[in-house]
Ligand binder design. Structure first.
Ligand code: F6R
Length: 240
């Protein structure tokens, strides 16, 4: 992967927002892979003021993942988060932005449906990624196959603890999720993994320099011909 060390998250946001703008200028139907959580927020914030002269009405988007068994209207469902943090502020067409369906009805088809929708859109041009402290990308927790496609997974206790800040308590964090697989992610044409802060340093080092291992799903990015890792000094601190 290409490593870019930036002074802070805002600089990362500006850098990645500029790359997204270049893509959309060249192809108004650009397909973005959207991440949730804290990490990608500076990208979405940097995009907003830069979009004044850009027509985003045809941009398509696919979220990485969703919790299973959470009401879609819950403020922390990724459907709600993508609407609030991405679709509304950036003025995207909500009909062109998809989030995996984590509702219990039809969960057995949801993964296949999502894969089909990505293929029909022509594949993802740029996939934003954060990384979990346990090394997950998307919600592909340790042990995920590098060939995996969109499917239901169980969140680790580590991830549930990490995400408890978005809920009233750790008990309120869903136990299951539906996530693009590592194989799905690897099909995107450009991967952009962002990480900020000391807490991500170990996972970043493992993803970038560690052995390719299902124990650190982020290491799958080493299989991708065009992966960019944008990190601050703290997140880069364990790189050789
Ligand atoms: C979110 C996702 C996760 C997060 C990761 C880091 O859609 O797929 O992999 O990117 O859990 O979360 P934050 O950015 O909140 O530290």
């Amino acid at each position: 992967a290409e490593i870019v060390i930036v002074p802070d998250a805002a600089a990362a946001g500006a850098l990645v927002a500029d790359e997204i703008l270049r893509l959309v200028a060249a192809n108004p139907e650009t397909v973005l892979g959207l991440a949730t959580g804290s990490t990608p927020l500076p990208v979405y914030e940097a995009l907003r003021p830069r979009l004044a002269d850009t027509d985003v009405s045809l941009v398509q988007g696919f979220a990485l993942d969703e919790y299973v068994g959470i009401d879609p209207s819950h403020p922390e469902s990724y459907r709600s988060v993508i609407a609030r943090e991405v679709v509304e502020p950036l003025g995207l067409d909500p009909r062109r932005i998809r989030v995996p369906d984590g509702s219990l009805e039809g969960i057995e088809h949801a993964g296949d449906d999502y894969e089909r929708a990505i293929l029909e859109a022509g594949g993802i041009d740029l996939q934003l990624l954060g990384i979990g402290t346990d090394g997950h990308i998307g919600f592909n927790e340790p042990g995920s196959s590098f060939a995996s496609l969109t499917r239901v997974k169980t969140l680790t206790e580590q991830t549930r603890d990490d995400n408890a800040r978005f809920f009233d308590s750790v008990e309120a964090v869903p136990r299951h999720c539906i996530t693009q697989g590592l194989g799905t992610i690897l099909r995107a044409r450009h991967l952009v993994l962002l990480a900020f802060g000391e807490g991500k340093a170990q996972a970043v080092a493992g993803a970038v320099e560690g052995p390719l291992t299902a124990s650190l799903p982020g290491s799958a990015i080493q299989l991708h011909p065009h992966a960019t890792v944008v990190v601050d000094e703290a997140a880069a601190s364990r790189l050789a």
